[in-house]
Design a protein around this ligand. Sequence first.
Ligand code: NAP
Length: 272
Amino acid sequence: MNITARTKICMVIGDPVEHSLSPQMHNAGYAALGIDDQYVYVACHVDVKKIDDFIIGVRAMRIHGISCTIPHKIAVMPLLDEVESIAKKIGAVNTIVNEKGKLIGYNTDWLGVLNPLEQRTTLKGKTVALIGAGGAARAAAFAVVSKDAKLTVYNRTAEKAEKLAKEFTGEAFSLSEIENVKSADIIINTTPIGLDETNETLIPKKYITDKHVIFDAVYGISETQLIKDAKKQGAQIIPGIEMLFHQGFAQFILFTGYEAPAEKMVASLRGV
Ligand code: NAP
C-alpha cells in the first residue's frame, strides 16, 4: 500500500459493516493494477440514523466512491444528485461515485446475479423461482426479466411478493406453495435464511433436482444448507460469494475506470 496526499478514498458503509469482505477485495484489485497509490478502500460503520450526516461528510471530504450495504441502499437515494436509470428501476443504490462534486448513484447488485447465472445457463425462456422480495430480490428480478426469463416470486409476506411480481411482470406465490419450485429451472434465495450458519433452508431438499441451477445470495464462513442440499441433489450451484465478486467487479470499473483484475480479487478472499 502506497498512500499519498493525492490518494482517493473509497469505502463500504453499512450497519453493521465489520463482516464486509469488500476492503480486501478492492484493495487487492488496486495493488494488482499498481494503482494503490491512487485509490484506497476502507469500511465505515454508518449508523442507520446518520446517513444524512454521512453524505454531508462525503461532500465536505470529497470521498471518491462508496459501496452501500444494509440498511442504506434505499435511504441514501434522495440524498444524491442523480440516480442512474437501472438503479431507479431496481429502487436501490449500492454504489455512489463522486464525479467532480456530483454524487451519482448506481446499482451493480443485478450484475452480481446476472453474470454468475449467464456463466452457467441461458436465461431466455427459463422459469426462475425467486425466494424473497426485499432489496436483493429486486436486483435479481431486474436481472432475470432483462433476459426474458419467466419470473415467479415466493415470499413470507404475500403482499410484497405480489407487488414485486406485478412490477416485474411475474407471478406471486406464498411460501406455503414452495413445492412449485420443482418446476422452475433456476431457484434464487434472497432471504437471509442460512446467514447465521444454521441448517435452516426455505427450500426442502426433496424439491431440488439435478436439473436445477441453485443460487444462494447468502454468503458466510461455511456453505449454507441450501448449497449443501443442492450439491447432494446434483444441481448446479452458485454461492453468494459469486454475487459479491461480480457486483464488486462492476463497482471497481465505476470507481477507477479500470477493468477489475478478477482473478487477483477472488484470490484475495481465498481462505477468508
Ligand atoms: P431485505 O431487503 O431485508 O429482504 C429480506 C427478504 O427476506 C424479505 O423478502 C423477507 O420477507 C425475507 N425474510 C427475512 N427473514 C425471513 C424469514 N425468517 N423467513 C422467511 N423470509 C424471510 O434484505 P436484502 O437486502 O434483500 O438481503 C437479503 C439477503 O441477501 C441478506 O442475507 C444479504 O446479506 C444477501 N445479499 C447478498 C449479496 C451478495 O453480494 N452476495 C448482495 C445483497 C444481499 P418479508 O417480506 O416477509 O419480510
